[in-house]
Design a protein around this ligand. Sequence first.
Ligand code: CA
Ligand code: CA
Length: 152
Amino acid sequence: VSSAFNHHSWTCLPDWLPFEDSCYFISTMNRIWKNSQEFCAERGGHLAIIHTAEEQYIIMESLFIIICHWNAYWFGISDEKLEGSWQWVDGTELVGGFWEVGEPNNHINEDCGYIVKTQVLSRKPTSSWYDAPCSMSLPFICEKEVPSKTAV
Ligand SMILES: [Ca+2]
Ligand SMILES: [Ca+2]
């Protein structure tokens, strides 16, 4: 199967972008956080889990600027289970992270994480995460790990 994204020994589905051992889907539709996670899970993935600055950069690069100022996308982190204890959707604890200065602040009972991309040049991918109410309807980022190369 030929695809523009077929740079590796595996192929991401159409509309999914490859990076290292994952494929990423950037939605153009809005969902509340929980439903966006379900959308990803139905496709064999999950909301994006971002462990490295490289991954954060490539995802940020891929996000659409649909409205001119504030483009927010859900990813796979929440502190719904225990306030202030941030967990990835795979149940692992957040170590570090790429929060904006002053975030997460639980400002209005905010338990889900989004990434903001703006046209402001000074915005750094490594300080682009915010917490927000999980009931907000936003676009989102799915990630799907490619099958292990040894598991053919
Ligand atoms: Ca919170
Ligand atoms: Ca916040």
